[in-house]
Design a protein around this ligand. Structure first.
Ligand code: ADP
Ligand code: MG
Length: 333
């Protein structure tokens, strides 16, 4: 059972029609029906040893823990309003907490997102042979965002003929991970810094998400790898897609890596926190205007096609590339 099968089997329960929950499990955000407006709600957990290394800079963690949640709000087109913070800490370390809060509140304040509550617990020590070691830090945030009813947008609205768009660039965070794991070495210091900046300080595309209200037909934030997340749009919208590899935006630093690594990192990397979205082909000018207003670059990387065609990744000559879709799965064998 993989992560998504697990969620489907145990947690994707039907929601009663006409109740508070307008959309439940299966999208970047749940949508609650407040009558005149919608409230988008999303939760993301960062766990030490899995999402970040022991000893990671706490200021960076404070930023990232909220950023990954704001990124889900951006996909839904919601404007961040408030968040809850649940922390499990092995010890009360003042220097750690101060730095964590600096990173957290800088991003929260930049988006007018107010801390409204949470929970704090200690973490028991874990047995390691004869000794014990500190248990992992866990940081869980639930973010709440405001959405006009008519701006409702999910992963499920892509239509055949729509363009497929991507913000920013992808692959850098995965390259940073490769450097940290020692899979990649000998890079110039600027390239390493560029990769690490993308991994540690993702910039949630909130302004773009909002600017695309009424223009994008479907959207998802790219957190688990471009192809894996594209598949969520395709499954939910019951469509196929062609994706032109040459059009997939990559940073200058990434373009200096060997082509096979570029492809792997950009298509299956993860931790990018860009917006992948679809829009009708006659709305290209509006997409570009929205991106300009949000001061984010967007690239048209493919098109939505009939479901029977599935997902085809093509090279510059239009030949089908054989790529493994990847996508992060917490319970992959
Ligand atoms: P994202 O990467 O956008 O944060 P996920 O892949 O983590 O989304 O989750 C996919 C969907 O499954 C989301 O709608 C999320 O709310 C839901 N989900 C994940 N875990 C649980 C759970 N334990 N209980 C209920 N819903 C869950
Ligand atoms: Mg998401």
């Amino acid at each position: 059972m993989n992560e998504f099968e697990l969620i489907d089997r145990y947690f994707a329960r039907p929601v009663p029609a006409g109740g508070l929950v307008r959309r439940g499990v299966g999208d970047d955000c749940a949508l609650l029906d407040l009558g005149d407006r919608l409230l988008a709600v999303t939760t993301d957990l960062l766990l030490e040893g899995l999402h970040f290394l022991p000893g990671a800079e706490p200021e960076t963690l404070g930023h990232k823990a909220l950023a990954v949640n704001l990124s889900d709000l951006a996909a839904a087109g919601a404007a961040p309003r408030a968040f809850q913070l649940a922390l499990a800490l092995p010890r009360a370390d003042e220097a750690w907490l101060e730095a964590f809060c600096r990173g957290l509140y800088a991003l929260a304040d930049a988006h007018g997102c107010v801390l409204a509550g949470g929970d704090t617990t200690g973490v028991p020590r874990l047995r390691a042979g004869e000794a014990t070691v500190a248990g992992p830090v866990s940081i869980c945030i639930t973010a709440l965002g405001d959405l006009p009813r008519e701006a409702e947008r999910t992963r499920g609205g892509a239509r055949v003929g729509d363009d497929l768009w991507l913000s920013g660039t992808v692959g850098d965070a995965r390259a940073a991970l490769a450097c940290r794991r020692g899979e990649l070495s000998g890079l110039p210091a600027e390239a390493l810094a560029a990769f690490e900046g993308r991994m540690d300080r993702p910039q949630p595309r909130v302004a773009l998400g909002v600017a695309l209200r009424g223009i994008a037909t479907a959207a998802i934030d790219v957190s688990d790898g471009l192809l894996g997340d594209l598949k969520h749009i395709l499954n939910r919208s019951r469509v196929g897609a062609t994706l032109d590899w040459e059009q997939v935006p990559r940073s200058e630093a990434l373009r200096r890596l060997p082509p096979a690594l570029q492809r792997d990192f950009a298509l299956a990397g993860g931790d990018d926190y860009e917006l992948l979205f679809t829009a009708p082909a006659d709305r290209r000018a509006q997409v570009k205007a929205a991106a300009a207003a949000a001061q984010v670059a967007v690239a048209r990387i493919g098109a939505i096609v009939e479901p029977a065609l599935g997902l085809a990744v093509r090279d510059a000559q239009g030949q089908r590339l054989d790529v493994h879709a990847g996508g992060f799965d917490h319970f992959a064998p």
